[in-house]
Design a protein around this ligand. Structure first.
Ligand code: HEC
Length: 104
């Protein structure tokens, strides 16, 4: 019975869309951080462009670190926008693994 429950949870995790509450606690935390810190500019659905910021679904941990900590991009990364509007948010640094788990 236990292994069957595990399978059900795994299936639910795989089937869960990114804007849905996730059964992965890290990704769920990332979703909450995203909704609290990022959606004044980015869309609540990270796959869509927001009022100010572009779609960020699929953002790598490297890209998140560069943007959030330094307001820069990883070497060789081609930004979706040529602007430099997004302020660095160093206070969000501890949440980068959660954000990466949510957005991947
Ligand atoms: C004040 C508005 C604002 C806030 C808040 C904001 N962003 Fe942004 N973000 C932008 C804008 C605008 C861009 C496009 C580049 C630029 O102008 O800085 C961007 C670009 C990005 C990119 C790079 C997209 C690409 O592939 O080129 C990522 C990743 C990103 N934001 C993630 C986040 C995350 C995660 C948060 C929350 C912790 C966040 N942003 C908060 C406005 C914002």
């Amino acid at each position: 019975m236990r292994s069957r429950l595990g399978l059900v949870l795994l299936a639910a995790a795989l089937a869960g869309g990114c804007s849905q509450p996730s059964s992965d606690p890290l990704a769920e935390r990332g979703r909450q951080v995203y909704l609290a810190q990022c959606t004044q500019c980015h869309n609540a659905d990270p796959a869509q462009d927001g009022a100010v910021g572009p779609a960020v679904k699929g953002a790598s941990r490297e890209l998140l670190e560069a943007r959030i900590l330094r307001g820069s991009y990883p070497p060789g990364y081609k930004p979706k926008r040529p602007t430099n509007v997004m302020p660095p948010q160093p206070a969000v640094a501890p949440e980068i693994p959660a954000l990466a788990a949510y957005l991947k």
